[in-house]
Design a protein around this ligand. Sequence first.
Ligand code: UDP
Length: 251
Amino acid sequence: MKNRLKILDIWVDPVNMDEALACVESFVTKGDRPHVIFASNPEKNFFLPKDPFLYESFRNADLLIPDGIGVVKAAQILHGVRLSRVPGCELMHNICRLSAQRGFRVFVYGAKEEVSREACNKLQVLYPGLQIVGRANGYIKAEGMPQLIEQINQSQAEVLFLALGSPTQEKWLAGNKEKLKTVRVCQGIGGTLDTITGNVKRAPEFWCKCNLEWFYRLAAEPKRIKRQKVLPIFVVRVLMAKLKTVLGFSS
Ligand code: UDP
């Protein structure tokens, strides 16, 4: 992707929702390999660089969407570029709508069995005509992987949603992408299936408008503190990086 922006140790692509969807359409209709879409957010700045294999896989993704407000603000501070958020869960819904319109076949892998089943049913109601040609829960053991790959290939899915959470979905793709024969787009969607079933509530619009979706999620699921405790460090590091540039300490 051209004009990819570096945000501390990670990257983000300067796309809005329409541009992200145009990329998806082009990946499916013109592509001849799986294209990977990951969400770029501050947490990844801290855990990805610790694993060179994962870090490389993230860096080589075809589309890194500005999922969180942290990277949107950082892009503005560090590069003077105003991005609009492309939340991964909204992109997933829009890809489902596009897939229903264009007849793209979809496979959904991840989440608990009952969540997977209910979410797929709901998606088919929400997007009439959506062809979900296969699904699997996210708790398959390593010995079941060859069979899962076979199931995905046999389904002839063009779109694969991976709902395993981070970094499991990034790891799965790094290890299995090359084995996917018909898939042209893979999106890591984390806990989105849980929000479709209503198990996990998305932040109401008010919180999103105030850029406080992260706070709402933290209050709703306090165990996320482990992941979110890096957010203040991210803010400080972005401001330090900006200060260094202003003072002429870095190129
Ligand atoms: N999950 C899974 N297999 C695993 C671990 C997790 O399918 O081995 C699923 C889990 O059921 C949940 C999602 O991955 O649906 C993780 O959601 P989380 O909110 O942690 O992901 P995030 O969006 O924050 O990356």
